[in-house]
Ligand binder design. Structure first.
Ligand code: HEC
Ligand code: HEC
Length: 381
């Protein structure tokens, strides 16, 4: 764990917090009610790394969002919380989550501040009985009480989850990364920043692959997400014959007041219903938030359920028209944009090369390790 505040730390964080967005990213959105300050960011970092906020005392946010794995738990297929309990979903990166218009694969949380309330209590993540258990630790820790006084002007007994989550979100807003080889080539006009294959791959991304219709690229920046929800045929294909029954059972349970956050991580079938669990719309059945593609080479395996082990498998899934095995039937709720692409082997390789050019400098070392880890586990399944 990093020390809370050092003289040099303040200097470094000030630069980080005030610096311009890196090449390829738009201006960082910061809510008016939660301005970035170096002391708040340092406090948030400590909270993010504190394992005491879990029922077994050994799981922190960083357990599943590890800085050296681009803030994921690659190569795990789905995350492991206390006592290695598994959920149903692959941990998305926290890097650039600050740009998200919603949080979680199904967008059930509106922002980083709200999102940070949930993992502490989810029974397969940190599994605290309630938030008071966390607040008791904070109020009893002199370093924390000093920091909360400095940052929020509060005495120990007045600290609430509002300030805890504000600090965590402020820390997460410093985890942004651009400046990848692709950014240097496309936005920075640096001719040789990426190779021939990646350039051809970008042409496929914009053209025959039609990837850009959801993983968007703008004039002066690229988040590679439209912030919308689409069914691209992952997960839902496993439950096709039962979708109506599962949806109905879920709605009954939801009307009775079950905690949706707990439900989607407890049961894979419920998880595969996707955005439907949030908005009750049939058109959202099996739909998930378009994830960013930045640092994608570092964060295998892929998709909300971690079911695709490599980038090549991902491209093949799209090439098949939204089914992982070419002979499988297409699900009834598939997004209109997904149909067989008839890409050549060369185009598939080039698309992969393009995605590999999206790794930011700070995660370049991690990308080599990630490739080895996937080989070690013989793929994700
Ligand atoms: C046990 C592993 C685990 C722990 C611990 C954990 N997370 Fe996560 N995190 C996940 C998984 C899995 C998801 C996706 C869940 C979903 O979409 O339903 C996720 C989603 C997120 C997202 C949404 C990102 C996006 O693009 O939608 C953020 C932000 C996040 N976590 C931050 C945190 C913070 C902050 C903590 C600590 C308070 C934390 N996580 C603790 C596994 C974990
Ligand atoms: C209709 C919108 C849409 C199109 C078109 C699309 N994607 Fe996606 N992409 C998504 C969604 C939604 C997900 C997440 C689905 C899930 O988890 O079930 C996703 C997931 C991914 C992932 C995994 C990301 C991760 O973090 O796990 C990769 C890689 C990817 N897409 C690449 C591509 C490529 C390459 C193309 C073009 C061949 C493409 N996508 C076309 C919407 C789209």
């Amino acid at each position: 764990m990093k020390t809370l505040i050092t003289a040099t730390g303040i200097l470094l964080l000030t630069t980080a917090a005030l610096a311009e967005a890196p090449l390829g990213l738009p201006e960082l959105p910061v809510p008016a009610g939660n301005p970035q300050t170096p002391a708040k960011i340092a406090l948030g970092e400590r909270l993010f790394n504190d394992q005491r906020f879990s029922a077994t005392g050994d799981v922190s946010c960083a357990t599943c969002h590890a800085p050296d794995k681009a803030f994921t738990d690659s190569p795990l297929r789905v995350s492991e919380g206390i006592r290695k309990l598994t959920g149903t979903r692959n941990a998305p990166t926290v890097v650039n989550a600050a740009y998200g218009k919603t949080q979680f694969w199904d967008g059930r949380s509106p922002d980083l501040e709200d999102q940070a309330l949930h993992p502490f209590l989810n029974p397969v993540e940190m599994a605290l009985p309630n938030h008071d258990a966390l607040l008791a630790i904070v109020r009893d820790d002199r370093q924390y009480t000093k920091a909360f006084r400095d940052v929020f002007d509060l005495k120990a007994s007045d600290i609430t989850m509002r300030e805890v989550t504000m600090a965590i979100a402020a820390f997460e807003r410093t985890q942004i990364s651009g400046d990848s080889p692709f950014d240097r080539w496309y936005f920075g006009d640096e001719e040789g920043a990426i190779g021939e294959a990646a350039r051809r791959g970008f042409a496929v991304f914009l053209g025959n692959g039609r990837c850009v219709s959801c993983h968007t690229v703008e004039q002066d920046h690229a988040l590679f997400t439209d912030h919308k929800f689409h069914n691209i045929g992952v997960g839902i294909n496993d439950i096709q014959d039962r979708v109506t029954d599962l949806a109905r059972a879920f709605q009954v349970a939801k009307n009775k007041g079950i905690d949706v956050d707990v439900a989607v991580l407890a049961d894979a079938n419920t998880s595969h219903l996707g955005r439907f669990v949030v908005d009750d719309e049939l058109s959202s059945m099996g739909a998930f938030k378009t994830p960013t593609l930045r640092n994608i080479a570092v964060t295998a395996p892929y998709m909300h359920d971690g079911s695709l082990a490599t980038l090549r498998e991902v491209v093949e899934h799209y090439n098949n028209g939204g089914v992982t095995n070419p002979d499988d039937p297409v699900n009834a709720f598939l997004s209109g944009g997904i149909r067989p692409l008839n890409l050549t082997e060369q185009e598939i390789d080039d698309l992969v090369a393009f995605m590999e050019a999206l790794t930011s400098p700070q995660f370049r070392a991690a990308s080599a390790t990630a490739a080895l880890a996937v080989e070690d586990t013989g793929g994700a399944r």
